[in-house]
Design a protein around this ligand. Sequence first.
Ligand code: PRP
Ligand code: URA
Length: 211
Amino acid sequence: MTHSNLTIIDHPLVQHKLSLLRRKTTPTAHFRQLLREVSLLMAYEVTRDLEIELREIETPLEKMQSPMLSGKKVCFVSILRAGNGLLEGMLDLVPSARAGHIGLYRDPETLQPVEYYKKLPGGLDQRLVIAVDPMLATANSAIAAIARIKELGAKRIKFICLLAAPEGVEAFTTAHPDVPLYTVAVDRQLNDHGYILPGLGDAGDRIYGTK
Ligand code: PRP
Ligand code: URA
């Protein structure tokens, strides 16, 4: 699937780890570890265009002008609960980042998101805000979360997920054409219960061993 706003992260390590995550025999502890590893690699990709400036530093031999990150710190926003499975690896790569949380669950009957929590850092209008959730299925959750983030003033937003359904990509890019979308794979379709096929099952349940 191609879309001007969609980036597929096709690094072989990421693709390999996604296959391990998909396997139904992958145990919870390994699933969590793999997701953390994948998310670090995804963070590398999504932060490619962070702004840098030259600053003076001193090596053991002499002074030099050297590139450092500039501007207000990036903010990752985890869409609870499964988003936390991606957040940890992102913070491993960008330890100085700020983190926000938006609690949403999908009503199993209507597939509409229900918000139950929200806590984000200030100054969103001056930060790159990267929202994270492993799954983009109908995209109802992601669309609602991004709308919240925009309401709070954010102007530069990206959304990153591990797996997307074509229906979700379509809905998301229609609702938020200004928000670049990153994923590792776009799967075949949604089933009647809004699950991604072939997918990896319920991400939250697989991360936390609930079911
Ligand atoms: C999952 C997933 C997304 C949402 C995707 O969360 O983590 O947030 O479903 O589905 P959608 O694109 O159709 O909205 P879930 O509602 O299962 O909550 P959880 O993270 O608490 O497990
Ligand atoms: N949420 C998940 O965790 N998995 C899916 O396949 C769809 C929504």
